[in-house]
Design a protein around this ligand. Structure first.
Ligand code: SAH
Length: 510
């Protein structure tokens, strides 16, 4: 089972740089032992003009069977693998993908110590996989690779060359080519890492929940927009529906967030332009940040989480005030975080300042240990980006698990929409808003959340508080209530139990 990766070069950018990018010297043949056999990396050609690296995986069918059986007990055994005779040693498959990630892990992550400037650069590439099991046929191979910029040549392999009437096997020979300027080596390797097993559609190992993270990491920058995302996700995760659903949801968030360059700020600006003749009003986004900063200060919060921080405007404002000693921005969108990190100039920040701030990727629909231990959390214009049926998950992650003393939630007040001159009647303010609530709806939700998790809640209008329709933005300030706090209740309960225990002991002693 093998594949080759070739590139071409010039005297300034010699093709042999491929050796640096892959972290494997072109002059040597190297062996690596992997869980299923031995992987070899060798270079059939290595000149300034052309360089080809070959990855050859010698699968040990006995190990494969043993491992297949061992894993099968706990989960779903793949019956086809519980045989000593199968195509695994010869056909590119999930095994090759695993070897690829084991042997070229730095290259996959786009890291290159010797030629850091080259790692991020696109280069001309040609990849050949002589025997690829392709369930779904040549057509699917085209559909998977072409949207990513590859020119795809698929040659069907007959079952037996001597008996063409027997028809084609399910294997194809695949050649992928891309001219310079389109893809980096890291992207190419990540395409293969995901799509080879997708085409094979027969994972050799039991798919565990962390496969979703692996898929999203390898799919960064291309999977969220791939037209065949559903097939890719479901096959990659061996059709485990719950994992597929989770992956699809997370990808959808990434996609929406990436399309989210124009959020509410743009709308605010559009509204500003409308009223150009009058004195320019302060944009709503600025008013919102001021209201948030005031509420955080009033709460005496030092360590603050900005959940769904987007492009980092609030994090930036928080950093300017030294009362905020630790600031963490969390968002599901890598793209938003990259922009935020550029805005904050994280890479050029002094050590002291950098020690106060961090940005990390995370989804608020899942509990996350990293969110614990803060004084306050802000959800500024975030809840309306989640489907309403996902709100209980967010509620639990923030109020049930992270449990900061103070939580601020802002969201549009839909009643105010009639006051936006630029907003057609019945429209929400942003294409990605899943819902917009009236004051009553928001308060109803917030009161229930407070009740369920032992918080008290107050409501603060943000922006012009219209006597009829209320303010454009509504903010809820949740504070952990001493009296109603459930965790306090449970403490009391444990006190009682201790007291009872003591009684028991005392009784016994007596
Ligand atoms: N808080 C910022 C950005 C609001 S836009 C502001 O007030 O301007 C909404 C942000 O929420 C986007 O950046 C989007 O990526 C993020 N988001 C949406 N759903 C999310 C989720 N489930 N987990 C984490 N972030 C999410």
């Amino acid at each position: 089972m093998f594949l080759t990766i070739s590139t071409s070069g010039t005297p300034e950018n010699p093709a042999t740089d491929l050796g640096f990018l892959l972290h494997k010297h072109p002059g040597k043949t190297q062996r690596f032992s992997t869980s299923y056999g031995t992987a070899h990396v060798l270079y059939p050609e290595a000149t300034e003009e052309r360089c080809t690296a070959a990855l050859l995986l010698e699968v040990d069918p006995v190990t494969l069977v043993r491992r297949g059986k061992g894993k099968g007990r706990g989960g779903a055994p793949d019956a086809a693998l519980a045989q000593y005779v199968n195509d695994r040693p010869y056909a590119a498959s999930s095994l090759l993908a695993v070897a690829l990630s084991a042997v070229f892990s730095s290259a996959m992550r786009g890291m290159c110590k010797a030629r850091p400037e080259r790692a991020g650069q696109p280069l001309p590439l040609r990849i050949e996989v002589p025997a690829l099991p392709a369930r779904g046929g040549a057509e699917l191979v085209h559909k998977l690779f072409e949207p990513l910029g590859w020119t795809v040549t698929v040659t069907r392999i007959p079952l037996d060359e001597q008996f063409p009437e027997w028809g084609d096997s399910r294997y194809v020979r695949l050649v992928l080519e891309v001219p310079d300027g389109k893809l980096t080596l890291s992207e190419a390797l990540r395409h293969l890492y995901v799509l080879l097993p997708v085409l094979d559609d027969a994972k050799h190992y039991w798919v565990s929940p962390d496969e979703v993270d692996k898929l999203l990491r390898a799919g960064e920058g291309w999977l969220a927009d791939h037209p065949e995302q559903k097939v890719i996700t479901s096959r990659y995760l061996s059709r485990r529906w719950s994992l597929t659903r989770e992956a699809m949801e997370r990808l959808e968030l990434v996609r929406l967030a990436d399309a989210d360059d124009t959020d509410i700020d743009d709308l605010d600006n559009a509204v500003d332009e409308e009223s150009d003749t009058e004195e320019k009003p302060v944009p709503l986004a600025v008013l919102r940040r001021e209201a948030i900063l005031a509420a955080l200060t009033a709460a005496g919060a030092g360590r603050v989480l900005d959940l769904g921080c987007g492009q980092g405007q609030l994090v930036q404002a928080l950093l300017k005030d030294t009362r905020f000693t630790e600031i963490a921005g969390v968002d599901v969108s890598m793209r938003a975080l990259t922009i935020a990190s550029r805005r904050l100039k994280l890479d050029r920040m002094g050590e002291r300042q950098a020690g106060r701030v961090k940005l990390f990727q995370g989804s608020l629909a899942y509990t996350d240990k990293r969110l614990k231990g803060y004084d306050a959390a802000v959800l500024s214009e975030v809840i309306e980006h989640l489907d309403e049926e996902r709100l209980p998950a967010l509620e639990y992650a923030v109020f049930g698990s992270a449990r900061p003393r103070t939580v601020l939630v802002t969201t549009p007040n839909v009643e105010y929409n009639v006051r936006w001159e630029t907003l057609p009647a019945g429209h929400v303010r942003h294409g990605d808003h899943r819902f917009e609530w009236t004051r009553e709806e928001f308060r109803g939700w917030a009161r229930q959340v407070a009740e369920r998790h032992g918080y008290e809640v107050d409501f603060v209008p943000v922006g012009d508080d219209d006597p009829e329709v209320g303010p454009p933005t509504q903010m809820a300030v949740f504070t952990q209530g001493d009296k109603t706090d459930k965790s306090d209740k449970s403490n009391n309960k444990s006190d009682k139990i201790d007291a009872n225990d003591k009684n028991v002991k005392e009784v016994r002693a007596a």
